[in-house]
Design a binder for this molecule. Structure first.
Ligand code: SF4
Length: 286
């Protein structure tokens, strides 16, 4: 009889280069069909991380070589202190805002440019180094109807508008394509370049990444050589987690503070199977 004992890979943190800060676990103004978050019925959950917790996290990591802080959620821009948190983090290193794009109107984008250009810290003192703000948005298809079926109605237009406006203000964006339709990667890139051209968007400001969901019949036949948990940790109101997927999931909990947390994680969840299938970062920008 074939031995069917399965052992999950153990991934070790090589260096803490990426800090994901979950600004809220459940507060979002939208409900994407494909979202990995298990939302309550009410949209008005006030589970925001405190600014003090973020300051403590930044202090605990002051000797780490952080490349980028990712502001994640649910929707991070619903946090009432979002602007102060952005300034606080930008003082430390580059910041990537992972958003559903619905708050990215021209006024807000102009404000972000001002914050980035001024290099202001929270006390309005000039920082020596100007760090950059990046934006991470996502779509599921180059066709509006197909993409909105996976996300929510209106998401495609909001995202294309946001990409166009961000590009006008010289921001770099990452467009993450979640390939639920199992399309050919070459086709995805070609068709998005056409979409950008049709919408007069400068595609050199946009990096497209394609990720493939794992399906239930697949598992970790091969451990990944590159995962978010090898170079990052997530700070949430409830503790420290291996990555944003496993935030608030006991299987991904690695400690209670960034002073002292586990550097290893047993990659045993379906999300870990997705990382193994992609053999690449799912959140971290290249
Ligand atoms: S979901 Fe991916 S990044 Fe998160 S712990 Fe599992 S393998 Fe690591």
């Amino acid at each position: 009889m074939k031995n069917s004992i399965y052992t999950a890979p153990v991934y070790k943190l090589e260096e803490l280069n990426n800090l994901f800060i979950e600004l809220t676990a459940k507060n979002c103004n939208q409900r994407c069909h494909n979202c990995y978050i298990d939302f309550p019925l009410s949209k008005n959950i006030k589970d925001f991380i405190s600014v003090d917790k973020i300051k403590e996290g930044l202090n605990d990591t002051k000797f780490e070589n952080l490349h980028c802080i990712y502001l994640t959620g649910a929707e991070p821009m619903t946090h009432p202190d979002f602007n102060s948190i952005l300034r606080l983090c930008l003082k430390r290193c580059n910041v990537c805002i992972c958003t559903n794009a619905s708050f990215l109107n021209e006024k807000k984008i102009r404000f972000f440019k001002k914050v980035e250009e001024e290099g202001l810290d929270i006390n309005n003192e000039i920082s020596e180094i100007k760090n950059q703000i990046f934006f991470k948005l996502s779509l599921a298809h180059y066709n509006e109807i197909e993409s909105d079926k996976v996300k929510y109605r209106g998401n495609y237009r909001q995202t294309i508008y946001a990409l166009k406006t961000l590009s006008r203000y010289n921001f770099n964006s990452i467009l993450s394509i979640q390939n639920f339709y199992k399309l050919n990667e070459k086709e995805i890139l070609e068709m998005f370049n056409k979409v950008f051209k049709d919408n007069e968007i400068n595609n050199t400001d946009i990096q497209i990444t394609v990720s493939h969901p794992a399906y239930s019949d697949e598992n970790f036949s091969k451990p990944a050589s590159k995962t978010d948990c090898m170079y990052g940790r997530t700070l949430s109101q409830n503790g420290i987690y291996a990555c944003p997927f496993l935030s608030n999931d006991y299987r991904g909990r690695v400690g209670s503070s960034l002073k002292d947390y586990s550097k290893t994680i047993m990659a045993e969840t379906d999300y870990c199977a997705t990382c193994s299938k992609n053999n690449n970062f799912m959140f971290t920008i290249g």
